[in-house]
Design a protein around this ligand. Structure first.
Ligand code: EPZ
Length: 399
């Protein structure tokens, strides 16, 4: 597995807090290049080779993230906290929606306002200024991953102590805490839902290795549980996949795990189950589409409830084209009946994880499937086609 995109993105944004940052195990995916483009457009000097990135510089000539960049990558919002904390001003286009539904940033803005930032949102742009952010107690009404990351980065250079309650506990947030502490930040509560940050005057250089991508790992795990004699998924932290592995065990999937790998084999009789996505350590929303494919082969009826992004069901219509038996219910649940043999068809990807689910379904289906709009895949999966071919999957690009 490659490094985690959703850990590398905040880590790259954290380069705004210091003069020199060296990152390794950074995945070579489009979102990372977009973040690099954003940072260098502001004045950071950056270079990268393979999975290594070096981001340097202290003087910026712009503190603006343009709409075309934010439209391409929502994670651009992660420059809000660090730029405010170190440079006292930032302009970020208000992120639009995306294919998994509305993506508000009100919690980011409210938190920064509580720290003393002056924030105007007009003509589609968030314009924030702050002489010096003040430490304060913040309580997130909803668990927000990038909201936690933004406030965390902002608090590292604030005057005084900031307490973030109901903080996200995703491994990517903990990875950012570890990076910031290497830079000299004073942070307590690592891995818990309460982070305490004691502001310092400045942060120093750091080197950091990004954690493995647990969602890429989960994606291959599901592929193995459906199609492999035995698949070994290497370079991942099984601990980061506890909720997925526990649900897979409930469905009857047999697998073994070691320190940095999981062995999984095709399960011939899958049991149905009910699934609800939750913030970490609950079942990840980024694995909902992939797990839905698995449940199409379970013997009986399963119920899936997406609680993080209620609109995250665009893959359902595409899976129906492959012969899956799915039913969207009024209350936002999807009923999956199985086992249903899937047959190849032409389908269209709508978002990053839906694309991966369609590739898995195409490999499982009899006959040939064509997945269109796979630019979504390239945003967040490094060399997915090569990796699948390396274990015998019959997949290739239609040029
Ligand atoms: C992060 O998005 C990830 N992206 C997403 O991964 C992931 O699906 C999501 O967390 C949930 O785990 C990155 O880390 C770059 P949230 P984020 O803020 O931070 C609501 C992928 O596939 N909310 O945790 O944008 C929001 O609408 C991507 O790699 C507010 O209401 O998600 C959602 O319902 C897709 N107000 C819930 O909170 C806010 O100010 C969780 O969103 C912020 C969020």
């Amino acid at each position: 597995m490659s490094g985690a995109k959703n850990s590398a993105l905040p880590a790259m944004a954290a380069s705004l807090l210091t003069d020199s940052l060296v990152l390794s195990n950074v995945p070579e995916v489009q979102d990372i290049l977009s973040m690099g483009e954003l940072l260098m457009g502001m004045g950071k000097t950056g270079r990268h080779e393979g999975d290594h990135w070096v981001l340097e510089g202290s003087r910026l000539h712009s503190c603006e993230a343009s709409y075309e960049l934010v439209k391409k990558m929502r994670a651009s919002i992660l420059v809000l906290g660090p730029l405010l904390a170190r440079y006292g001003e930032v302009k970020v286009a208000y992120p639009g929606g995306c294919n998994i539904g509305a993506r508000p940033v009100d919690l980011h803005i409210e938190g920064l306002k509580k720290m003393g930032a002056k924030i105007d949102v007009e003509h589609g742009t968030i314009h924030a200024t702050a002489r010096r952010l003040q430490g304060t107690e913040i309580h997130f009404d909803k668990v927000t991953v990038t909201g936690t990351e933004n406030l965390l980065m902002a608090a590292t250079l604030a005057q005084g102590t900031t307490v973030i309650n109901n903080a996200a506990r995703e491994p990517e947030v903990t990875d950012l805490v570890r990076l910031l502490k290497k830079m000299g930040a004073r942070i307590g509560g690592e891995g818990s839902d309460t982070l305490v940050v004691e502001g310092v005057e400045s942060l120093g250089p750091a080197e950091h290795r990004i954690i493995p991508d647990r969602i890429e790992g989960g994606t291959f795990f599901v592929l193995g549980a459906l199609c492999a004699d035995e698949l070994v998924v290497r370079n991942l932290e099984p601990l980061h996949l506890k909720s997925l592995l526990s649900k897979a065990g409930e469905a009857g999937v047999s697998f073994t795990q070691e320190a940095d790998l999981i062995r999984v084999k095709r399960c011939l009789s899958l049991k149905p189950l009910d699934l609800e996505t939750q913030p970490y350590p609950g079942f990840p929303t980024d694995m909902q589409a992939q797990f839905m494919v698995l449940l199409t082969q379970a013997e009986g009826r399963s119920l899936i409830r997406e609680t993080i992004f209620p609109g995250r069901y665009h893959h359902v219509d595409e899976l129906l084209r492959l012969g899956a038996s799915l039913k969207k219910r009024e209350n936002g649940e999807v009923m999956v009946s199985g086992p249903t043999p899937l047959s190849g068809a032409e389908v269209t990807a709508t978002d990053l994880r839906a694309s991966a689910c369609l590739v898995i379904a195409g490999l499982l289906a009899s006959g040939v499937s064509v997945v269109n709009d796979i630019h979504h895949l390239e945003r967040g999966y490094e060399r997915l086609v090569d990796k699948i071919r390396s274990v015998g999957g019959d997949v290739g690009y239609l040029l």
